[in-house]
Design a protein around this ligand. Sequence first.
Ligand SMILES: Nc1ncnc2c1ncn2[C@@H]1O[C@H](COP(=O)(O)OP(=O)(O)O)[C@@H](O)[C@H]1O
Ligand SMILES: [Mg+2]
Length: 319
Amino acid sequence: MRAHASSCPAADPVIDVQAVYKSFDSVEAVRGVDLRIMEGQFTAILGPNGAGKTTLVEMIEGIQKPEQGSIRITGLPWRGNEDALHRIMGISLQETRFVDRLTVFETIRLFAGFYDLDNGRVDEIIDMTGLCEKRDAYVVELSGGQRQRLALGLALLNHPAILILDEPTTGLDPNARREIWSILLALKKKCRTSLVLTTHYMEEAEHLCDRIVIMDAGKILAQGSLDQLLENHCAGKIIAFSLEPDVDVSDAAWMDGPFPVRWNTDQRKGSFEVTQIENDLPAFIDYLKARQWKLKDMECRRKTLDDLFVSMTGRRLHE
Ligand SMILES: Nc1ncnc2c1ncn2[C@@H]1O[C@H](COP(=O)(O)OP(=O)(O)O)[C@@H](O)[C@H]1O
Ligand SMILES: [Mg+2]
């Protein structure tokens, strides 16, 4: 099953996306994307709703066709290689529909039948995804996290060399999210699977992936390892602070000041970017003193991916 992936020399990408465009009527969903993914790499496509993540991964999965540009998987285009590529690729869509009146075991067995796999593999998948206790439960009875683990199990059935997951943990609580992460990390260790996942959780991208691709409005804004991204794009630091509750401050007050403060009125918190901390910090304190505004607390921290996203788009990932 891994023959196709391993017939590809180590230096060649398993997924090679070049100058890909796709639009729907007036919406340009993907606007010129280049992306190369190497074997064994875990890549996160990180971006807010509407960034074009699903459209991009569905083109990689062969579900949608690019309008322009090319996509090759292990060196092969989709056209004419559908069977071979389906055999090496496991996918889970953004929303998975199951047959509610089948049990977990019956659902996995149904899919195993498509690949000619026996019940032994079905049990391995149940074990791997931690669904043993739910083996005979109807799918309709599963929690959100268990449904996502079932969807992941189905994607893994055929020992895929390439796994593509569209928002595998969206809407899950932190525990359920971690359960998915540990299944994926175990897979990385054992099978050298190449993974592409889409997410709007920066913690997920940071925790799981070697490579992070930041996407917004149909374009890739930046890509690299977390360290590379922070090093190349996040030279400055962030000062985050809150003020005593009796301070009466509005957005307008900050707009007039010398610091580019983003002020959150509900939380009474502000933050801004500095490049010369030794000069900017004392100047900020003087500015507050001159207005007799009292600080409640303040921290100076390294930038995060979220800050990087803000500096590139003017928006937060979760706004
Ligand atoms: N089938 C479609 N028809 C019309 N517009 C679409 C369709 N699929 C996606 N879009 C639009 O393309 C843009 C990107 O969507 P999508 O790829 O789903 O982004 P994401 O997965 O990052 O949320 C959005 O503006 C969305 O409304
Ligand atoms: Mg999506």
